[in-house]
Design a protein around this ligand. Structure first.
Ligand code: GLA
Length: 741
């Protein structure tokens, strides 16, 4: 028996493997024919190995008998890494064309290793190790000499399992890899629901819940980015599972390109969850001696419903994914030039805005799009990363110094993966873009995508950004990416390897991000892709925060944050007070509602023009002060979705030291004489009292949790200031702070 650390991985002589910590057990074994059979995933078992040394298995009278073994039909056997051409007709985790021209593979157990800790993947972002163990099970297709290493990492203090697969070609002929899923989990037949997050520009992270249908339900991307259409995340909720109770099995991928997460309900109602690179339009040729590493899939199991699941993800992302440098650092409050000035930025304008920022107490100026040579609108100049000589005659470094002299930090927007045909860079290097021979390249926002499969391109862009940052005056970079891939092809990649382009592109992107973030560890990077078109665990490995959406209207924003919060801690999100009427949907809302919707996001800002700032100076100053006072509170605490209906959002947040509690109540449409609504707090100390800061009223923790708190209501009187009244009108909100005494 092989036991490591905190009894986390056990491999018995009978080749039963158990990964067990205080959150879950994951058990599988080597079946009679050498096939890796899945046994159990769920709440921790007390004696996982022995409970399953004779695990319950019935076989129906099979029509097909795998390799002659009577009634052993792989269509009904739960497996760890299923292949095609066995007797399993479900979608396989592994599908590869061999030298004989067929795609039949039989992967059998060869050996296994247990290593303490966890290795980082080469060339791909991956979860950090620390207090974890990794089991590597090596499988082999003996006929074609294909070796597959399945890696499983279990942490002592996290309810997640990290999986990946690595394929090695030990044969003497090329292989063509098609499906290389990072992970496959077969669940027993039961009733499950799927929660997933979908959307589009300005309405990212919309929630959909549905029963698992017969057949195959797939969320995926073939756009070159993980996309807002289908965020790489699925939660499989068992039976009666809800926000606070029940088993949830969820999955995401540390990857920013074309992903695929599928749930298949087979003919015997058994469920297969596959997580990995999208096999559609993917073909990787693997020459003898070469290997292919999949990205890491992360699975979070919770027996405490969706809330429990979210807390597992939040803590894991903070501890093992998000860059360490900004882990516990409060984010600076900021003004962003985008919705205040759009492309009409120039030195004078930015310096004036900086003065406005100072006047309301903000800490950083972010110069968004429009600062580089010739960029007067979105039709030109991407690729030419030097300051526009007319509008910024003294250059960016000088501007940054002037801004710093006002006591502010300075940040800047870049879109380094893109190029306009109207640019100096394109004139010099028309073949530096993704394109297909003989095809007209479709433009997206007038731009093409640089070919990050080409090392020269990656190095060129690295040098440009390095030059920008090496001046030492830039504190923050907003890294944007504003279009999807259409005519996917690289002039640099051989014809036979064109289907490798999307993945090679992502590897190029990761290489530049890894070099830059290593070289500039103190620069705060923000991830943006027209908002949330590439918000995933891959990008979050390099960038401490993300702009989840261009939707700055508070009602739109609430839904987006609610959706995001299933997976991401709000520490990694940024928000700002945008204009009203809102530029995306025209809605008119109060300044406080625009602030409140994003109040629990770690990064808080403003994107307003001078006159809006002047008009609302007093209120903005108060809100910025509030944001600054609580900026470290908004890192590392627990977020609770207390209520969400068509008309109401109510969220609670407790700081990581449990000293402060925030309650946000938002109603969309106002209504008179409504019944009182109570909300029960969660996670308080029942023997402590909590002081409501706005009126010094004391509440017992016990009562707030058991009896609840009466939410403010719309009163007919004019006294809007009363704590128990909701501000009159639609789209109004109240944010309460309680301090433990
Ligand atoms: C994208 C981003 C915006 C802004 C613009 C600038 O749409 O999401 O926040 O930076 O680009 O062009």
């Amino acid at each position: 028996m092989n036991i490591l650390g905190e009894n986390v991985i056990i491999a018995s002589e009978k080749n039963i493997f158990s990964l067990t910590n205080k959150y879950y057990s994951y058990v599988f074994c080597v079946g009679g024919n050498g096939i890796l059979e899945h046994i159990y995933y769920g709440a921790p078992l007390t004696d996982p190995i022995n409970s399953f040394s004779h695990h319950y298995k019935t076989h129906r009278d099979g029509v097909l008998h795998f390799q002659g073994k009577k009634n052993y039909n792989l269509s009904e056997i739960p497996q760890e890494y299923p292949t095609f051409g066995s007797t399993d007709f479900r979608f396989p985790a592994f599908h590869c064309k061999n030298k004989d021209g067929n795609t039949i593979s039989v992967l059998k157990y060869k050996e296994h290793f247990i290593i303490s800790d966890k290795k980082l993947l080469n060339g791909l972002p991956s979860a950090r190790g620390g207090k974890c163990n990794t089991l590597i099970v090596r499988l082999e297709d003996n006929l074609h000499k294909i070796e597959v290493d399945l890696a499983y990492t279990i942490y002592e203090n996290h309810g997640v399992l990290v999986r990946s697969s690595k394929i090695k070609n030990h044969g003497n002929k090329k292989l063509e890899l098609r499906n290389i899923y990072s992970s496959s989990i077969d669940f027993p037949a039961s009733q499950y629901k799927i929660l997933h997050l979908h959307g589009s520009w300005s309405r990212e992270f919309s929630e959909e819940t549905m029963s698992v249908p017969m057949g195959r339900f797939v969320i995926d991307s073939n756009r070159g980015s993980s996309s807002a259409a289908h965020s790489p995340f699925i939660a499989l909720c068992e039976d009666q599972c809800n926000e606070v109770s029940g088993n949830v099995y969820s999955s995401s991928l540390i990857y920013s390109g074309n992903h695929s997460i599928s749930v298949e309900k087979g003919e015997f109602n058994n469920i297969r969850l596959l997580t990995g690179i999208n096999p559609f339009n993917f073909n990787w040729s693997l020459s003898p001696g070469e290997s292919f590493q999949s990205p890491e899939a992360v699975h979070a199991f919770s027996k405490n419903g969706l809330r429990g699941m979210s807390h597992i993800w939040h803590s894991f992302i903070r501890e093992k994914i998000a860059p360490i440098n900004f882990k516990n650092k409060p984010r600076p409050t900021y003004i962003n030039t985008w919705e205040s000035s759009y492309f009409k930025v120039n030195q004078e304008e930015v310096l004036n805005l900086a003065d406005k920022a100072v006047s309301i107490g903000l800490e950083m100026v972010v110069l968004d799009d429009g600062w580089f040579e010739g960029r007067n609108d979105d039709s030109s100049s991407l690729g030419d990363w030097y300051a526009d000589s007319n509008r910024f005659p003294d250059g960016i470094q000088d501007l940054a110094i002037k801004i710093k002299n006002k006591g502010l930090k300075f940040g800047i927007w870049v879109e380094p993966e893109m190029i306009n045909t109207r640019s100096e860079l394109y004139k010099k290097n028309p073949d530096w873009v993704l394109m297909a021979p003989g095809r007209i390249s479709s433009l997206g926002r007038n731009q093409l995508i640089l070919d990050y499969c080409n090392e020269d391109v990656v190095n060129y862009i690295f040098d440009k950004l390095d030059k920008l940052l090496s001046g030492g005056n830039i504190d923050y970079i907003k890294w944007d990416m504003n279009r999807n891939m259409s005519e996917v092809g690289s002039p640099k990649v051989a014809k036979q390897k064109q289907l490798e382009v999307p993945h090679r592109y992502i590897l190029g992107l990761y290489s530049i991000l890894s070099r830059l973030t290593k070289k500039y560890p103190n620069v705060l990077f923000e991830n943006c892709a027209s908002g949330g078109n590439r918000l995933d665990l891959g990008m979050l490995s390099y960038m401490s925060q993300s702009w989840p959406s261009d939707m700055s209207d508070p009602i739109g924003r609430l839904k987006i944050i609610n959706g995001c919060s299933y997976l991401f801690p709000l520490d990694v999100l940024s928000a700002y007070i945008g204009p009203s009427p809102n530029h995306q949907n025209g809605r008119i809302t109060s300044v406080s509602s625009r602030f409140n919707a994003g109040a629990f996001c770690a990064a808080q800002g403003v994107s307003l023009n001078y006159s809006d700032i002047d008009k609302n100076k007093g209120e903005l100053t108060d809100l910025v002060n509030f944001a600054k006072e609580h900026s470290s509170d908004m890192i590392g605490g627990n977020f609770y979705r207390l209520k969400k209906s068509d008309n109401v959002f109510c969220w609670q947040y407790i700081t990581k030291d449990y000293e402060k509690v925030f309650l946000l109540y938002f109603h969309i449409l106002s209504g008179p004489n409504k019944p009182f609504e109570h909300i029960k707090f969660v996670g308080l100390e029942k023997n402590s009292d909590y002081l409501q800061v706005c009126n010094d009223k004391l509440y017992s923790g016990n009562l707030l949790m058991e009896n609840g708190f009466t939410l403010p209501y719309v009163s007919m009187t004019d006294d809007n200031n009363k704590v128990s009244y909701m501000p009159k009108g639609d789209f109004s909100s109240k944010l309460f702070v309680f301090k433990k005494v």
